[in-house]
Design a protein around this ligand. Sequence first.
Ligand code: CA
Length: 135
Amino acid sequence: MVGGCPNGWKSFSGHCYLFVYKRITWMNAGIECHNRGGYLVQVDNSHEERWLTSQLKDEVWLGMNDTQNAGHWRWSNKSIVSYTNWRYSEPNGERSENCGCYCKIPVTGLVSIGMTDLTNNWICLPWIRQCTFTF
Ligand SMILES: [Ca+2]
């Protein structure tokens, strides 16, 4: 245990994060998170964003998506996305881009992308998950 987190997880401000560098689809990343008792990462403020992006070794999926209603972003736990720092010209793609990611390194903000855009070279398929521990 490090900072209240299981081995291999990183601790920041009361949350535990597991960074997994394995390229899979957004849907499968969500399933893998779920199977391990977690969910795709949620980023609530600039403080958390700065820390997370400083740790990144590659592009990653985030939990944010607007699959239910284009332009209305939700986290994978269904909560409304209240903090967004979109990269210049993002979000774009309208209905064809339903996921948010940190998929241009170095990260200068969120990028919207299609969840099945597997032919894009720069697609973000590694994923992070987050879970909250009670201390
Ligand atoms: Ca985009």
